[in-house]
Design a protein around this ligand. Structure first.
Ligand SMILES: Cc1cc2nc3c(=O)[nH]c(=O)nc-3n(C[C@H](O)[C@H](O)[C@H](O)COP(=O)(O)OP(=O)(O)OC[C@H]3O[C@@H](n4cnc5c(N)ncnc54)[C@H](O)[C@@H]3O)c2cc1C
Length: 380
């Protein structure tokens, strides 16, 4: 039974994405991995093709899509088998902050450029001494007339180099409360006092630019605050749900791609005179993995359905972010074992999958934190 129902328009969008990714992304994945970088022009190309920010309404240049467009997007993007081009981060995680909390002026100023690819975004919460527990945030924002002065360091920021606009979480020193003293600010590239550190050389997602950001007496106009002063923590908690849902979807659709590839491999690889898929041990392994993927798909579609319906899905999102990203790691590992020696070569797509999947249990809220959140909301 299909839980999510796609319209003809969703299917046309899927086809447009498929054609674009096959031509402009998949063929370059190995090169970007080797270079540890995705050229910024690629973002412009995606924007010019009308394939950025599906959730942005038409009045700001978007297509006014719904979360089903995001799911279609992520399913097609998973087929590119690379994760350096952080389109989901921009489309479905950062830009929604501007949509939800920006003033009309801010929306008119930035959203059309976010859609065209002229303005790539990032969100900066993490600091050298602050990860899961954002209440310890040390970056400060102090009002000075019509301006706000930001001071502090952020680290592990995705799109850290390529971004033109960063949402920075900072503490208002005059509010003496760890949670209600945080606000969100828009800082443009080129603002004096805003600098970027070296790109990190990471285990996985190598072509994605994760970097440190530095703010030294960085002055921005007061209008660049998102939402209400001191409302940053609540805004982050609200929007982190969609970020975690996207990470969960990434885990399930990634596992689907692996089992498909693995079955094809086992059917065409001959061992002891017969296809590997005819060996009982391998068949059991394949059926077990396929079962887990089907369970994941059913849970994921129900969760997406409820999310679109506006229901509170904090518990389920936390569960699936944790379970789905663990599943992806487990499946990459099992696929490597079955595919053997050639799968360990750099030219094998599984090598990239092995490295990239490892990071998914850590970002967007670690899987331990996901279990803590679920337990808390379950009243355990
Ligand atoms: C590739 C990558 C990209 C990233 N992109 C961004 C980005 O764009 N923007 C951004 O702001 N951040 C980003 N991050 C940072 C990411 O959000 C943090 O790594 C994450 O929040 C966890 O923080 P931490 O690594 O400092 O771990 P810590 O919070 O220091 O935790 C260390 C360990 O303790 C565990 N732990 C902590 N608290 C608890 C608890 N209460 N109960 C049980 N266990 C606990 C954690 O699960 C973890 O295993 C990125 C990280 C990576 C690796």
């Amino acid at each position: 039974m299909e839980i999510l129902k796609y319209t003809e328009e969703h299917e046309k969008y899927r086809e447009k994405l498929r054609v674009f990714f096959e031509k402009e992304v998949t063929p370059y994945a190995d090169k970007w991995e080797e270079d540890h970088a995705v050229p910024k022009e690629v973002w412009r190309k995606v924007g010019q093709a009308g394939l950025l920010c599906p959730l942005v309404p038409e009045e700001y240049g978007g297509i006014g899509g719904d979360f089903s467009h995001v799911v279609v997007y992520m399913e097609e993007f998973a087929k590119t088998k690379q994760s350096g081009l952080m389109l989901t981060l921009h489309n479905d995680i950062v830009v929604p902050y501007i949509l939800a909390y920006g003033t009309e002026e801010v929306k008119k100023k930035y959203l059309p450029k976010c859609v065209s690819g002229e303005c790539i975004t990032a969100v900066a919460m993490t600091e050298p001494a602050v990860g899961s527990d954002l209440s310890g945030m040390e970056t400060t924002a102090v009002e000075d007339g019509d301006e706000i002065i930001i001071n502090g360091n952020k680290t592990f920021i995705s799109n850290g180099h390529v971004s033109d606009l960063v949402i920075v979480a900072a503490r208002n020193s005059e509010i003496d409360d760890p949670y209600s003293g945080i606000s969100l600010y828009l800082v443009e590239d080129g603002t004096p006092g805003f600098e970027r550190g070296e790109k990190f050389d990471k285990l996985g997602m190598r072509s994605q630019d994760t970097a440190e950001l530095f703010f030294n007496n960085c002055r921005i106009p007061k209008e660049n605050m998102l939402g209400t002063k001191g409302g940053g923590f609540i805004m982050l908690m609200e929007k982190l749900q969609q970020e975690r849902l996207c990470a969960a979807i990434g885990g399930v659709v990634g596992s689907e791609a692996i089992i498909k590839e693995l079955i094809e491999f086992c059917q065409k690889t001959i061992v002891d005179g017969k296809p590997l898929s005819k060996s009982q041990a391998i068949r059991f392994e394949l059926v077990e993995m396929a079962t887990e993927v089907k369970l994941g798909r059913t849970f994921m579609e129900t969760l997406i359905y409820d999310h679109i319906d506006g229901q509170n899905v904090v518990v389920e999102t936390s569960m699936l972010k944790s379970w789905g990203t663990d599943l992806l790691n487990d499946h990459v590992n099992r696929a490597l074992e079955i595919m053997g020696d050639y799968a360990t070569l750099e030219e094998s797509v599984l090598v990239r999958g092995f490295r990239d999947s490892r990071i998914t249990t850590i970002f967007a809220g670690t899987n331990e934190i996901m279990k803590q959140v679920a337990a808390q909301f379950m009243g355990i």
